[in-house]
Design a protein around this ligand. Structure first.
Ligand code: C2O
Ligand code: CU
Length: 462
């Protein structure tokens, strides 16, 4: 359990970095999410508008503060009613959870909008344990940008024992000097890396601190729910090892040193707290010129003297093994484009077209969708050979099915199971999967401006 948090955004950090004043400081004055040791089976999730401190128009699920961490259990049914209390149609997508297509939350493709005042009942049984997240799939630049991102923990009762668990929801906010939201994107940035936020938070706080037992083992679950930012992680002050990425255990644990993860991705770290009471462990983002402390852990009590090497491996999730001898290959090229994008603009089109998959730009939000990238046979094995022809990195997310990372043209890769791959400029990557779930499944960049200005498509599994 999380024991404490350290109150408000710190003036110095906020003002120093971006000129955000005192009004933005109040923004963090809400309680940090405390992971509840309760398995949620049913929940009522209300998307609603509220004010946080002096920042107006913040959106959340639930009653106040950050959207709650939803706890589910592998193999046990979960149900939730989305009640729309905001001024905009919405849906929920359960990022990374292999749900039936009808529960996937993509408007037009799989479900109708949930209009203001309406509700929608989601129900599914998560087949995989791990760290996932939930967010709308409509008007996402605004709705995610204004707060609608929550972390999901799917527990496995067979998991190794930790002394503490901390969940971090990492994201930015685009606020002006007066602490109010400013324009969510600039077209010239959308055509490049995406538009960065001005205030950076973990659990809606600037550098929150959590207590954990000295000499104990902490399971740190981190989800990047930002619309734009790619992180390079480092842990200082203790031994740390990556146990899982994107909801699946890694075949070989490794140090998180400078691990690059993009929007939509998650990691689970095992951290062995220092033995000395009061010692601090910090999680930092070391990408770019201004390294940033994201959150810290403080050792409390006398040492539990645990050993990180005693941690049993996490159990693999029941993801079907791709048959490489029979697999059919699908080539995908990510590119820039100037071609016009078809759009009816209902679900948050940006009105710009910068990106394309196999030369077709689509925003994913038209009532008359573009043709699927390919029609896949239910149960068939496939390998996506994806090539990035752009100078930017793209966290490419596949809905509904997990893939295995088979090879990369630029680096050695572990055979990770994942739902999101951060492809680098000039990289070619092969991702294998079994098309074992029928329906239309989106594939898109999770830098939302890229997604909404063309880098979206889908597979049809029949
Ligand atoms: Cu996390 Cu299509 O989304
Ligand atoms: Cu992208």
């Amino acid at each position: 359990t999380v024991l404490t948090r350290r109150g408000l955004l710190k003036t110095a950090a906020v003002a120093g970095a971006s000129g955000i004043g005192l009004s933005a400081m109040k923004f963090g004055g809400w309680a940090a999410a405390r992971p509840e040791p309760v398995v949620l089976r049913t929940a009522r999730i209300q998307a609603k508008l509220m004010d946080v401190g002096q920042t107006r128009d913040v959106l959340t699920y639930g009653d106040a503060g950050m959207p709650p961490v939803l706890r589910m259990r592998k193999g046990e049914p979960f149900a939730a009613r989305l009640v729309n209390a905001i001024d905009d149609p919405t849906t929920i997508h359960w990022h990374g959870i292999r749900v039936p297509n009808k529960m996937d939350g993509v408007p037009f493709l799989v479900q109708p909008y949930v209009y203001t005042g309406d509700h929608f009942d989601y129900a599914f049984t998560p087949p995989d344990a791990g760290t996932f997240w939930y967010h709308p799939h409509c008007n996402t630049l605004t709705q995610i940008g204004h707060g609608l991102t929550g972390v999901i923990v799917v527990e496995n009762p067979g998991d190794p024992k930790f002394d503490s668990e901390v969940v971090l929801n990492l994201r930015d906010w685009r606020l002006g000097d007066d602490g109010q939201f400013i324009e969510q994107f600039r077209p010239r940035d959308a055509a490049r890396t995406g538009t960065y936020g001005t205030v950076r938070t973990a659990n809606w706080l600037d550098q929150p601190q959590y207590d954990a037992p000295a000499g104990g083992l902490v399971r740190l679950r981190v989800a990047i729910t930002d619309v734009t930012r790619i992180y390079a992680f480092r842990v200082d002050g203790s031994e740390a090892t990556v146990m899982a990425l994107d909801g699946n255990p890694v075949p070989r644990r490794f140090s998180p040193d400078a691990l690059l993860l993009g929007p939509g991705q998650r990691m689970e770290l095992a951290i062995r707290m220092p033995d000395d009471e009061g010692a601090i462990v910090s999680l930092r983002d070391v990408r770019g010129t201004k390294p940033k402390v994201l959150a810290t852990l403080r050792a409390t009590g006398s040492s539990l003297k645990r050993d990180i090497r005693d941690l049993a491996p996490l159990e693999a999730n029941p993801v079907a093994e791709v048959d490489l001898t029979a697999a059919q290959h699908i080539s995908l090229a990510l590119s820039a484009t100037a071609e016009n994008i078809p759009s009816d603009g209902i679900c948050g089109s940006l009105g710009y077209s910068f990106w394309a998959i196999n030369k077709v730009p689509w925003s994913g939000d038209t009532s008359d969708p573009t043709a699927p990238l390919a029609e896949l046979k239910l149960g068939g094995s496939y390998v996506i050979d994806m090539e990035n022809l752009t100078p930017q990195s793209h966290p490419m997310h596949l809905h509904g099915m997990s893939f295995k990372v088979l090879s990369s043209s630029t680096r050695p890769v572990q055979p990770l199971i994942s739902d999101t791959y951060l492809i680098q400029p000039n990289e070619k990557v092969s991702l294998g999967f079994v098309a074992d779930s029928p329906g239309d499944w989106l594939l898109h960049c999770h830098i939302i401006e890229h997604q909404k200005s063309g880098m979206t498509s889908y597979f049809r599994v029949v």
